[in-house]
Structure formats: structure tokens, C-alpha cells
Design a protein around this ligand. Sequence first.
Ligand SMILES: NC(=O)c1ccc[n+]([C@@H]2O[C@H](COP(=O)([O-])OP(=O)(O)OC[C@H]3O[C@@H](n4cnc5c(N)ncnc54)[C@H](O)[C@@H]3O)[C@@H](O)[C@H]2O)c1
Length: 245
Amino acid sequence: MRLKDKIAIVTGGARGIGRAVCELFAHEGATVIILDLLPQGRDVAKGINTSGGAAEFHVVSVTDRAAVTDLFARVHQQYGRIDILINNAGITRDRTLEKMSEAEWDTVMEVNLKGVFLCTQAVIPYMKANKYGRIVSAASNVGLRGNFGQTNYAATKAGVIAMAKTWTVELGKHGITANAVAPGFTMTEMVNQIPQEHLARIKAGIPLGTVADPIDIAYGYLYLASDEARFVSGICLTIDGGMSR
Ligand SMILES: NC(=O)c1ccc[n+]([C@@H]2O[C@H](COP(=O)([O-])OP(=O)(O)OC[C@H]3O[C@@H](n4cnc5c(N)ncnc54)[C@H](O)[C@@H]3O)[C@@H](O)[C@H]2O)c1
């Protein structure tokens, strides 16, 4: 087991990539604390507990500093440490630059960028105290390449990569690594919204010829959260079927 006895917090773990991360981490021996706004996070935790793993679910928004701080304090009190933070929660509000409203810009900033900042800031005291930490945040290959209709989203994903690099220099001496994962198109609710014919065009542009399954991305998170990646910090691991090269 690659995460035996680790305490891992996963944001946005109710579905999609986050759910795959929760299930994989639990399978690898971690106790998984799931944060999400969607009630189906309860089913994810239940499924993990039923199959012999350990998980709990909390309805908390990554944008709510007080709720995040309170939850992390309770997790630390209960388990004595927090080893891993996966900043996975993210949203889109796509619109071309000319049509994008200020509210669409702000909402995406609030969750994808400020949520990552708030959760990471809240976990650091516990990781420092333990001289150990793994922070892995959801970027996107869109943060490297840009994408039509995603001014707000692309900006946040580039920001996540920059934050990981900054935390690497600030926190490395405390035994904390900070990295990003940049998935390409992955078969989740987020990508389900794309019309079929557009999706076919997208697949044609991916060298490996298809979109990712959430587990393909979860394996990247597992590597960066494991002890095997103890000398890896400040990177963005692109998992996009060869799109970014
Ligand atoms: N699916 C893709 O193709 C793709 C590609 C690149 C990057 N990503 C990134 O990977 C991450 C997961 O994507 P996904 O496709 O699984 O998305 P998803 O929409 O299926 O799941 C995201 C989860 O985050 C939760 N969430 C949203 N706002 C939240 C908040 N304020 N607080 C707590 N939880 C919140 C949602 O309820 C949902 O369960 C996102 O950050 C996304 O930007 C996805």
C-alpha cells in the first residue's frame, strides 16, 4: 500500500476525478476526508467504508474560510496529523472574452484559485508541525495552452501551477512538497456538457485518440502524494494523452 496510514483531504471528491482519487487513495491505505457541496459525497465515503477502507464526508465549500479551518482543526484533533491535501474542486463558467460577465470571472476565481489558496493556507500549520506534507492541486492543460471560451478558467489553472512553484520555495524546508496535475479532457460531468460532435473533434486532436478516464488522472495524484515523489516539488504533471508537447 502506497499511502498506508496517511490522512488525506480531497476537495471536490463527490464525483469525477475527485471521486476516483478518493477511492484510489483509500485502496492504497489512506484515510480520506472528502469535502464537497454535493450530497453524493456521502455515497462515495460509504462505498469506501463498506469495501474496507476509511473515509468521511463533509459538506464544506472550499471558499468558506471559517468552515475549512474548523474542519481541518477537527480532522487534526481526531487523527493527530494531516499528510496530504488534494485541491481538486474546480468549476467552469465558459464564455468568450467579449461575452464573459464579471460575475462569471469572479465565480471561477473564487473556487478555482481562492479555494486552493484558502485550503492550503489552512492545512500548512499541521503539515509544518509534522515536518511532512504533500499538496497536489488541480491545474489543467488549458492552464498551459489556453482554450477557446475559457479566459477565466485558463487564468485560474495557470495560477494553480504558479502557486505550486511558489509553495515549493516557501515550504520545502518544512518537508512539504507542492505540485500540480494538469489533466486533459477527462470523462466527467464537466466534459459531459460538451456536444458529441465537438467531442469527436476533440478526440481527433488527441495523439492517444481518446479522452482520459478519471482513474488515469488519479494515478498521477497518487504518485505525487506518495513517498515515491519525496524529491519532486514545483512540477506540473501533464496527463493529457499527448496534447501538450
Ligand atoms: N474533466 C476534465 O476534463 C478536466 C480537465 C482538466 C482539469 N480538470 C480539473 O479537475 C478537477 C476535477 O474536475 P472534474 O471533471 O472531476 O469536475 P466535476 O465537476 O465532475 O467535479 C468537481 C467537484 O468539485 C465540487 N465543487 C465545486 N465547487 C466546490 C466548492 N466550492 N467546494 C467544494 N467542492 C466543490 C463539485 O461539487 C464536484 O463534485 C477540477 O479542478 C477541474 O478543473 C478537469
